[in-house]
Structures are given as structure tokens and as C-alpha cells.
Design a protein around this ligand. Structure first.
Ligand code: PMP
Length: 436
């Protein structure tokens, strides 16, 4: 630290100045650019357990965790060993390996709704493919998503709601043809009437509803009691497929994801993040009669040179095996308790300073908002105080704690965050808010 208590970031700054010459915005994914909090990104040298270390040698307790995948922290010995063993045998074959079947069996054990699964390379691929399948199976074109939910960057899903009950979307990003966006209807999250109205209007044309069972891409927002149940009821009634996008929540809010936590059986499930143990993996799966439509059994084409990659399968299988072992010993309730403790210190500290705040935790996810009221959907989330969060983010960074660099992202916990990290985090949160 220099005399003002500001962390020296010279190496990160230099690395970024070079990167902007070669990469769009200096990054390979926009969220890494720190646009919401100001300043330039921290460059990372390495990670170990719950800690991440910058190029400048600063260590942080990590609540970003690579945006969710690292349920067992950085460089876990068992994941390293599994990948190393696989590496010795070759990096890719383009022909089947037993690991792919083992992976499918493990996913099915944890998520019985996933009767058959197809591995892909990212969450984006998983959701894009699941939609194609749902449209083919139902012979309908319209899909429904919720305002503020993120399902990757395929054309049909880069659409948010306009205002009102349900609007057929306009392109959210230049480059998405209106013709494609036209088939994506959006409704606000957690609003039962909007959903009912939409189904009453066009239920018979809706191929699928895709939903994050806990919304993790507008902060962390819980489904209100009965909401997912009503969604299941309506989709069933109208012959619409229900897709749970559990790319983030899968193996994270419970061993069996949101579907286990809320006791709802979706028709299709999309997965990513934790399933890859930190390597690039996605998957989609679900009812056998629907998955029968996927090539080569059925006519819906979807393929991948590196899908089911042996290194990725090894890392993912190691992660799912540890989940099988640790979930019965309270892994998820421990993470949730830790999350709740951080939220409660945050709320108390804010209350003492008269700062409006809101937050909650579920499994290995939690959300902290500088917001006057309850955060239940995109509209309420978007009202959160962005300047205050930017200040909080940097105040925590100075105190050795790394949050995702935006309030409209979920924070993540891992199995290897211990009591010591928790105490240090609570102290840092308290002291950061006091310093305002
Ligand atoms: N769905 C959800 C719920 C996600 O959170 C994400 C990524 N944050 C995606 C899909 C897209 O996954 P990927 O970044 O691996 O393409």
C-alpha cells in the first residue's frame, strides 16, 4: 500500500495498457473490465483455496470465484490430480471416452430430472441448444424469458423486457435481427399476474419458458414463494416446456440445484460453471423423450469438436464426486450460513450509518444491494445505488476482499471458505461501511 492506503496496482495497470491494444476493451469477457465500479481490472497471478492473488502480489478472499464455477476454490488438490492424470493420456480424441458416461451418471444421480445429457463447452451453448430442441419438440417458436435473467449471449436470449406485462422483445444488442428477437417474449421476474396474462394471451404458441430458479444475473434474487410452482403449473397446462437454466445455480444452491431446493421438476435443464470444475463445460439435458430428438437419434442438430473433453470431464467428475461426499455433511447449509452472516453484518453496518441496504443468501450464493426496499426483480435491482456499490467494492478490495465488480451480479462462496475467511470478511465489510 502507498501512503494513502491505496493499493499499488502498477503491474496490473501496465498489463491492461498492453492488453487494450490487442483485445476489445482489453478483455475476453466484458464483465472483467470493471466498468460498473471504475478503475481497471486486477490482473491475476494465481489462486489457492479461497484466496486469489494479483499480479502485484495482493491477496484477496475471493467471492467472485471465476463467476461461480469454483465451488471448491482455486487449484483444489483433487481437481488438479484428476486433470493431471487425464492430461497424461492426451488432451482430446474426438471419439467417446468412458468419462463422458460417468459424468452423465453423476449428473443424473444429483439431478434426477436430467435423464439424458449432452455435454457442450459453455453455458451459452447449453441454453442455445436447449431452445432449439424445445422449439423442434413443441413445433412452436415463441420462447419466454424473464427481464434481468441472463442465459448467455445467443441471439434469441439477448433480449430483455420492455415495460408492461409482457412485450415481444426488441433486440437488446445491435447485431441481433429483429426477426429473431421477435420470438422472445419477456416478463418481469417474480410477478405471477404477468405470467398468467402472457399465457392467457399466447400460451399455445410458447415453446418454452427459460428461467434461473434463483436469479443470479441481476444480483442474487430469490423466487417468491409459490412462483416457480405457478410457472410449472402454467407450462404444464399449455404444453410449454419448462427449462431451468441452472448454469449458475446447479450444484451451487443445493447438490441438486434449484430444482432440488424448490422441489420442482423441469422438462429441460441447462448446466455450466460448477459442472466443469473450473474448466470450460456446459450441458443440457432432461426428459428422455425430449432428448431423443437430439442428433444422432433425432433431427435436431447440435455438435462440438471439443464437447465432452477429457480434461474437462476429469475436472467436473472430481467436483461432482466431492459434492456427493460433502453434501450429506452440510456443505450447502454451511455456505448458506456464511452467506447469511456476511449479509447480516452488511445490513447492520448500513443501518448504523443510515444507508439503505438489502440482501440475502442461498446455498453458495449471496447478494448485497444498496437499495431502499426489497429487491425482487430487475426493476427493483436496477434502482440500487451504483456509486455506493463502487465505493464499497474498492473499500473491500483495499481490505483484502474481492466481490464481483458489479452489484447486479451474485457473490459466491466455496466449500473451502473457512471460519477465518468469514471473520476477516465480516470485519472488512463492517469497516468498509463505517469508512463511508
Ligand atoms: N446462464 C446463466 C444462468 C448464467 O449465469 C450464464 C453465465 N453467467 C450463462 C447462462 C452463460 O454461460 P457462459 O458464460 O458459460 O456462456
Amino acid at each position: 500500500m502507498d501512503n494513502d492506503g491505496i493499493l499499488q496496482m502498477e503491474k496490473s495497470e501496465k498489463a491492461f495498457q498492453e492488453a487494450v491494444k490487442w483485445l476489445p476493451g482489453g478483455v475476453n469477457s466484458p464483465v472483467r473490465a470493471f466498468l460498473a465500479v471504475g478503475g481497471n481490472p486486477i490482473y491475476i497471478r494465481q489462486g489457492s483455496g479461497p484466496h486469489i492473488e494479483s499480479l502485484d502480489g495482493h491477496s484477496y478472499i475471493d467471492y467472485l470465484l471465476s463467476w461461480g464455477p469454483l465451488l471448491f476454490g482455486h487449484a483444489h488438490p483433487r481437481i488438479k490430480a484428476a486433470v493431471t492424470e487425464a492430461l497424461e493420456k492426451g488432451t482430446s480424441f474426438g471419439l467417446p471416452t468412458i468419462a463422458e458416461t460417468v459424468m452423465a451418471q453423476k449428473v443424473n444421480q444429483l439431478m434426477p430430472a436430467v435423464e439424458v445429457v449432452r455435454m457442450v463447452n459453455s453455458g451459452t451453448e447449453a441454453t442455445m441448444s436447449a431452445l432449439r430442441l424445445a422449439r423442434a419438440f413443441t413445433k412452436r417458436n415463441i420462447i419466454v424469458k424473464f427481464e434481468g435473467c441472463y442465459h448467455g449471449h445467443s441471439d434469441a436470449l439477448l433480449v430483455k423486457a420492455g415495460s408492461g406485462v409482457a412485450t415481444l422483445g426488441l433486440p437488446d444488442s445491435p447485431g441481433v435481427p429483429e426477426g429473431i428477437a421477435h420470438y422472445t417474449a419477456t416478463v418481469p421476474y417474480n410477478q405471477v399476474e404477468a405470467l398468467q396474462e402472457l399465457f392467457a394471451q399466447m400460451g399455445e404458441q410458447i415453446a418454452a419458458v427459460i428461467v434461473e430458479p434463483v436469479a443470479g444475473n441481476m444480483g442474487c434474487i430469490l423466487p417468491q414463494s409459490g412462483y416457480l410452482e405457478e410457472l410449472r403449473r402454467l407450462t404444464q397446462k399449455y404444453g410449454t416446456l419448462l427449462i431451468f437454466d441452472e448454469v449458475m445455480t446447479g450444484f451451487r444452491v443445493a447438490a441438486g440445484g434449484g430444482q432440488e431446493r424448490f422441489g420442482i421438476r423441469p422438462d429441460l435443464v441447462t448446466l455450466g460453471k460448477v459442472i466443469g470444475g473450473g474448466l470450460p463445460v456446459g450441458a443440457y439435458g432432461g426428459r428422455r423423450d425430449i432428448m431423443e430428438w437430439v442428433a444422432p437419434n433425432g433431427p435436431v442438430y447440435q455438435a462440438g469438436t471439443l464437447s465432452g473433453n477429457p480434461l474437462a470431464m476429469a475436472a467436473g467428475i472430481a467436483a461432482l464426486t466431492m459434492i456427493e461426499e460433502e453434501a450429506p455433511n452440510g456443505l450447502y447449509s454451511k455456505m448458506e450460513q456464511y452467506g447469511q452472516q456476511i449479509v447480516s453484518v452488511f445490513l447492520q453496518a448500513c443501518q448504523a450509518k443510515g444507508i439503505p441496504a438489502y440482501g440475502h443468501a442461498i446455498g453458495g450464493m449471496f447478494g448485497l444491494f444498496f437499495n431502499e426496499g426489497a429487491v425482487v426483480d430487475y426493476q427493483s435491482a436496477a434502482q440500487s445505488d451504483k456509486k455506493m456499490f463502487a465505493q464499497f467494492f474498492h473499500a473491500l478490495l483495499k481490505r483484502g476482499v474481492l466481490l464481483p465488480p458489479s452489484q447486479l451480479e451474485s457473490c459466491f462462496l466455496s466449500a473451502v471458505h473457512g471460519q477465518e475467511e468469514l471473520s476477516r470478511t465480516c470485519e472488512a465489510v463492517d469497516s468498509a461501511i463505517r469508512s463511508f
